[in-house]
Design a protein around this ligand. Structure first.
Ligand code: PLP
Length: 387
């Protein structure tokens, strides 16, 4: 019985599916991106200005929102969105199955994250579980559009309307994702985005808050820049969370090809779906019905009991076959030591996902052959380790 990647290779005569590793991510910076950044650098006007304003306007239109405010990163975007919508001491429903920032910025606001379980099929927040966890102090719900899949927005909005909750969506991984044909920016009180290098679009570091509420947009802009309403008039306490014009120029240039890059991600995902469909024990990702996925990540699930090895050993074998892969995330956010003083909720789906999901390459820089290699390597490893 094979027990390690080397055994698996020996079993197959020692020849990996690919000698050249298929990369998990590729950060694409084109000459146009570089030229756009250099033009700002040469202008000498580096701080937030005209490029940021143009980036905001185009980003709002592309995501279906009325307003957009650029900022330093996706964590700042969450902080800027939470600040006007949540009060210290509030309870805020939030997914356990997400990146830490969705929850940690609730704590940074002085509020308490109430972790909710994930939907076992789409991995986004389970609205029914969230409703069961509402307390008398619950005022808001934060929901992540995870891996590029919109959460079940109909169910979240219905819950929020029924229980009088504010809604903040974390779309750090879901630029251009849609719900019933509309951009995810069209829904909720505020939506936040990240432009970290591995995201579907990057500005180096960067973030955005979109909203359809003009008052909230004003509040976010004020908070982003030390509560300033006129030069050196500070009406409230704020931060410096601004985006530079160098970053915004890169973002604008990247927006020119985001649509095309998203279509490429989707085409790669469809090819992976087809490759995985006949493999017993592997489950392809899917968005809730009504949502269109943008495949920031392609998370394959290993069905319980289908393999003789655990997910980490499976991943090791896949790497030995020449396919890079990654675990997002090795532990559920509610299990992070940082939240150790919060009551431990029982969240079995999130805990199971931490053991069974494995992300494989899907980015737009892959060739058709590389996508095929991912499918072939998954099939080979799955067959060798089938229970
Ligand atoms: C779901 C989610 N929320 C928030 C963030 C934070 O974004 P940033 O890294 O730009 O601060 C990330 C980025 O890693 C993320 O994936």
């Amino acid at each position: 019985m094979p027990t390690a990647a080397s055994d698996l290779l020996a079993l197959e005569g020692g020849t990996p599916v690919s000698a050249e590793p298929v990369p998990m991510v590729r950060v694409e910076i084109t000459d146009a991106d570089v030229d756009a950044a250099v033009a700002v650098l040469r202008s000498g006007m580096l701080a937030q200005g005209g490029r940021a304003a143009a980036f905001e306007e185009r980003f709002a239109a592309m995501t279906g929102a009325a307003h957009a405010a650029a900022c330093a990163n996706g964590t700042c975007a969450l902080s800027l969105a939470y600040h006007p919508l949540i009060e210290p001491g509030d309870d805020v429903l939030c997914p356990a199955w997400t990146y830490i920032a969705t929850a940690s910025m609730i704590v940074a606001r002085g509020a308490r994250p109430v972790f909710c379980d994930a939907d076992p099929e789409t991995y986004t927040l389970d609205p029914a579980d969230a409703e069961r966890r509402i307390t008398p102090n619950t005022t808001a719900i934060a929901v992540t559009h995870l891996y590029g899949a919109p959460a079940n927005i109909d169910a979240v909005q219905a819950l929020a309307a029924r229980r009088g909750l504010r809604v903040i969506y974390d779309a750090a991984q879901a630029h251009l994702a849609t719900w019933r044909g509309e951009g995810v920016g069209a829904f909720g009180d505020a939506v936040t985005y990240s432009f970290y290098p591995t995201k579907n679009i990057t500005t180096g570091e960067g973030g955005m808050v979109t909203t359809n509420d003009a008052d909230l947009d004003r509040a976010v802009r004020r908070l982003r820049s030390h509560g300033e309403t006129r030069k050196y008039l500070h009406e409230s306490i704020g931060f410096n969370y601004r985006m530079t014009d160098v970053e915004a120029a890169i973002g604008l240039s990247q927006l020119d090809r985001l649509g095309e890059a998203t279509e490429r991600r989707r085409a790669n995902a469809r090819a992976l779906d087809r490759a995985i469909e006949p493999i017993p024990g592997l489950i392809a990702p899917r968005a809730p019905l009504g949502g269109e996925h943008v495949y920031h990540l392609y998370a394959v699930r290993l069905e319980a009991g289908a393999f003789r090895v655990d997910r980490d050993r499976f991943a090791e074998a896949l790497r030995a076959e020449g396919v890079q892969c990654a675990v997002h995330y090795p532990r559920s956010t509610h299990r992070q030591p940082a939240f150790g003083d919060l009551p431990q909720a029982d969240l079995p789906v999130a805990d199971r996902l931490a053991r069974t999901l494995l992300c494989v390459p899907v980015h737009p820089g892959l060739t058709d052959r590389q996508v095929a290699i991912v499918g072939e390597a998954l099939a080979k490893v799955a067959a060798a380790y089938a229970a």
